[in-house]
Design a protein around this ligand. Structure first.
Ligand code: PLP
Length: 414
């Protein structure tokens, strides 16, 4: 996009935008939840669909003039159904956290008991953390990963479920690098009569690309963001069995939200069509191959990866052996042009605002076309930057190398 009008009308916003384009082009993005949208998604987001109000669902709106909005919303729904094999899809949730709020709202009353993965073991804030609405409104009981294996311990999940008799069992994560045992979660839920809820926000693109197991046919309800591995606009969708369609739709609107963001709905439809193409399967495959190569190289350089490796797009690195905390590693890497996020590690001895690890992910670099060779090179830069954390000159020289690599792999944009 040339942003000619914006450049003329508002120098301040345009200035920040120009700097952000440069930052995204010249830097290496390893934040596991970030990606670059398809150029067609970016166009749909900037379209006149943003001007419309359309509370309700296609064919049943509370405003006139929705024939074209109905068309794009129907396309988004049909494409999402095909992509994930879902019986029913609501494409209106504004983002991941509001989508999860709607799911709880559809099935639970305040105070009801839910099982979820603990935040510092890889769970998400909206999975019952005390500072989040989920932890304030509902009675979350948390399961953890095993101290030795770094993997979710399904025997522990069953034990807690039998003891606590939760109304809902939630399976999903923001920082866990292993396959989820969807069927085992379902079997445990059936034993105690709980609703099964999967939050696939991080891995939706890998599931759509058929590289990891899909919970949609197994679970009662599944939520996902559309902007992480899926490369769509910032937003979310909820998928469920047909028998829960009414509850979910009512929970989203009028329960939780007002009008949907129709430009985002259009962009979701575009992203789902892209994800249905064979090329997207190749993309998902490469994301995982890159993460495995990066993890392997890091392990060779003396790094400790939680669970010993990865089956998906991300890894959590325990920096205890390097004698550096996550915050300081994040700062050193940022100076070297490598964007990461500090992360808690399971059973972290340090407090959450100053955790012991960093989380790395390959979705964004893979979108730029980088492969295993570049992933290994990036791992070596990470090791050098962390070792040289107080050596400004060394960090600047790594930054120059990063910039040169990034110049060869431009970010997709319009
Ligand atoms: C990212 C994420 C969300 C929240 O998404 P937002 O769009 O940031 O609200 C919810 N659940 C999981 C597991 C996530 O990783």
């Amino acid at each position: 996009m040339e942003y000619k009008i914006l450049a003329g009308e508002d120098r301040e916003v345009y200035g920040a935008l120009e700097a952000e384009i440069k930052r995204q082009q010249e830097g290496l993005e390893l934040i596991a939840s970030e990606n670059y949208v398809f150029p067609a998604v970016q166009e749909a987001l900037g379209s006149v669909f943003t001007n419309k109000y359309s509370e309700g669902t296609p064919g049943k709106r509370y405003y006139a003039g929705n024939q074209n909005v109905d068309a794009v919303e129907n396309l988004a729904v049909e494409r999402a159904k095909k992509l994930f094999g879902a019986e029913h899809v609501n494409v209106q949730p504004l983002s991941g956290s509001p989508a999860n709020a709607s799911v709880y709202f559809a099935f639970l009353k305040p105070g009801d008991k839910v099982l979820g993965l603990k935040l510092d073991h890889g769970g998400h804030l909206s999975h019952g953390h005390p500072v989040n609405f989920s932890g304030m409104l509902y009675n979350f009981v948390q399961y953890t990963v095993d101290k030795d294996t770094g993997r979710i311990d399904m025997d522990q999940v069953r034990e807690i479920a039998l003891r606590e008799q939760p109304k809902m069992i939630l399976a999903g994560f923001s920082a866990y690098s292993r396959e989820m045992e969807w069927q085992k979660f379902k079997d445990i839920a059936d034993e105690v009569g709980a609703i099964t809820f999967a939050d696939i926000a991080h891995i939706a693109g890998l599931i759509a690309g058929k590289q990891i197991a899909n919970p949609v046919q197994i679970f009662d309800v599944v939520s996902t963001t559309t902007h992480k591995t899926l490369r769509g606009p910032r937003g979310a969708i909820i998928m469920c069995k047909e028998k829960f369609a009414k509850e979910i739709d009512r929970a989203v609107f009028p329960g939780m939200q007002g009008g949907p963001h129709d430009n985002v709905t259009a962009a979701k439809a575009v992203a789902f069509a892209e994800a249905l193409k064979p090329e997207f399967t190749e993309y998902a495959k490469q994301v995982i191959a890159n993460a495995k190569a990066m993890a392997d190289e890091l392990i060779g350089l003396g790094f400790k990866i939680i669970s010993g490796g990865t089956d998906n797009h991300l890894m959590v690195v325990d920096l205890t052996p390097q004698g550096i905390v996550g915050k300081d590693a994040e700062a050193a890497l940022d100076k070297a042009g490598i964007s990461t996020s500090r992360s808690t590690i399971p059973f972290d001895p340090n407090p959450p605002y100053n955790p012991s690890g960093i989380r790395l992910g390959t979705p964004a670099m893979t979108t730029r076309g980088m492969k295993e060779e570049e992933s290994r090179q990036v791992a070596r830069w990470i090791a050098s930057a962390i070792a040289a954390k107080d050596d400004e000159a060394k960090l600047v020289s790594i930054r120059e190398e990063v910039k040169a690599l990034c110049a060869k792999f431009p970010i997709p944009s319009v």
